[in-house]
Design a binder for this molecule. Structure first.
Ligand code: MG
Length: 493
């Protein structure tokens, strides 16, 4: 991969770091899928030890990376290796291990407290924990360092180089335009707000068959991929040739299980498409959270919720789910594409989803800057929600307590969901405003779509920063206009 001798040495010394990451991924996957409950404690100890070993081994590369930074004319991959390693070394050097330990301890307790607080819908129970977490996050932002806004330090952890200024610009466009669009879609009256299939109960074994057929339509390579079950679906890339997803079966409203499967498959297709030449290197991962989410959203929404895909999956649905038989393809399409304002993010459709992340982004930005107190979060939440969607949560369980993220210390994460939606629509735009998607699906073959994504995005792994990658693939980055254009084409007659 590398001609530069220093980079070659870095790559040799990186293999143990990769092996530790590989092991932690297998443990993480097992924790969520097969581990008995009582395995949690020793699993925590083992994972903590491996994480520390990995940190140490990464920091030890500092000298070599410094040397490489002085080298002239590095190739793109070599420069990528230096960039990615510099980011993790700096993080480990700037944020002291005691602080990481403390965050770990505080968030473990906070997650337990959050669960009962949500059950009782009592923000006050969670508040002292969240105050500790916010204080730590603010300290971490200071240790990392930032320009202009402390929240920039945290955004950058999930989306390299992404700033408050850019996020503000994305939302300033997306929020008012989506409000207008939503009104027009409602008055057009084509897309329903509810569908009777939402309450139809399914048999889990039959639903598994449906999901397996969906994997076939997506041409998932079953010798490099597998699917299991977990409460919260996720994807993990254990190696270049070992990518795993999970899905869930709640017993009714089958689109949740099917589109969860397609969403995670989108993440998996990314991982499986990264060039084999990047195996065992720091570049064998996706470019960022936003870019990763764009892949899952592309397959879930742009591909999966299209008329043509519904036509492709229709016979499978009718074969395994007897209650679907009375519905034609058009009716199924509208079940899969209901448009309804809701209070809960994970239930939101494409058109309303970004309001949910905007509420959280706004609150995070304010508390991290010290412009709002944790105690004010519920009222900030409810007021902003009312302004955006014209509905007000009745209690904190359906308001500020609904997500696990804050209890885990994930400040800076929510915006990347919307970046995923935006970048997915940039892909749609590049694919001739969706024409390539519809053509491929009419032929019943997604290979061309996979090839396009592989060539323009997947194969590079983390070689380029998310912005560099977007400029290369689209000639622009984080452009919310594309998402609005996609919405208009799909939802307005
Ligand atoms: Mg995802």
């Amino acid at each position: 991969m590398a001609g530069n001798p220093v980079i070659r040495e870095i790559l040799n010394r990186y293999v143990p770091v990769w092996a530790l990451g590989h092991s932690m991924s297998v443990l993480g996957w097992d924790t969520e899928t097969h581990m008995p409950v009582k395995g949690a404690q020793p699993r925590g100890v083992a994972s903590g030890q491996l994480a520390m070993m990995s940190q140490r081994a990464t920091i030890e590369l500092d000298g070599l990376v410094r040397k490489a930074e002085k080298a002239a004319d590095l190739g793109d991959r070599e420069a990528g290796i230096v960039r990615v390693l510099r980011r993790s070394i700096d993080y480990y050097l700037k944020v002291p291990p005691e602080m990481v330990d403390e965050l770990q301890r505080v968030t473990t307790e906070a997650t337990v407290a959050w669960r009962s607080a949500r059950k009782r819908s009592d923000f006050g129970m969670f508040r002292p924990h969240l105050e500790k977490i916010v204080a730590l996050e603010r300290e971490i932002a200071n240790k990392i360092g930032y320009e202009r806004h402390p929240y920039n330090a945290l955004l950058d952890l999930y989306e390299e180089g992404f700033t408050v200024r850019e996020a503000d610009a994305v939302y300033a466009k997306l929020i008012p335009e989506s409000k207008r669009l939503l009104k027009r879609v409602a008055s057009a009256g084509v897309y329903p707000t509810k569908h009777p299939l939402e309450s139809a109960r399914y048999d889990t074994g039959a639903m598994l068959k449906v999901n397996e057929e969906a994997l076939k339509l997506l041409k998932m390579p079953m010798d490099r991929f597998r699917m299991d079950v977990s409460t919260h679906p996720f994807t993990t890339q254990i190696a270049q040739d070992d990518v795993r997803i999970t899905t869930r079966y709640e017993g009714k409203d089958f689109r949740a299980s099917l589109y969860g499967t397609i969403h995670e498959s989108g993440h998996a297709i990314y991982g499986l498409g990264i060039s084999k030449a990047l195996a065992y290197s720091p570049l064998g991962d996706g470019a960022s959270y936003g870019v990763h989410e764009s892949q899952s959203r592309f397959w879930e929404n742009v591909v999966g919720r299209s008329v043509e895909f519904v036509e492709l999956i229709d016979p499978t649905l009718k074969k395994y789910l007897p209650f679907v038989k009375g519905y034609d393809t058009a009716q199924l399409y509208f079940y899969i594409n209901t448009v309804r304002k809701s209070l809960i993010r994970v239930d939101a459709d494409e058109l309303t989803y970004n309001f949910h992340t905007a509420v959280r982004y706004d609150i995070e930005k304010k508390v991290i800057a010290g412009e709002a107190k944790v105690a004010e979060i519920p009222s900030l939440w409810n007021d902003t929600f009312e302004e955006y969607l014209g509905m007000r949560p009745k209690n904190d369980a359906e308001g500020a307590l609904q997500d696990v993220h804050w209890s885990g210390g994930s400040f800076g994460y929510f915006a990347t969901y919307t970046l995923g939606n935006v970048i997915a629509a940039m892909i749609w735009h590049k694919m001739k405003d969706g024409a390539l998607v519809h053509e491929a699906l009419r032929k019943g073959d997604v290979t061309e779509l996979k090839n396009w994504l592989g060539k323009n995005i997947h194969r590079y792994g983390a070689t380029y920063s998310p912005k560099q990658l977007q400029e290369k693939a689209f000639g622009e980055s984080y452009n919310p206009e594309r998402l609005l254009a996609y919405f208009e084409q799909k939802y307005l007659p």
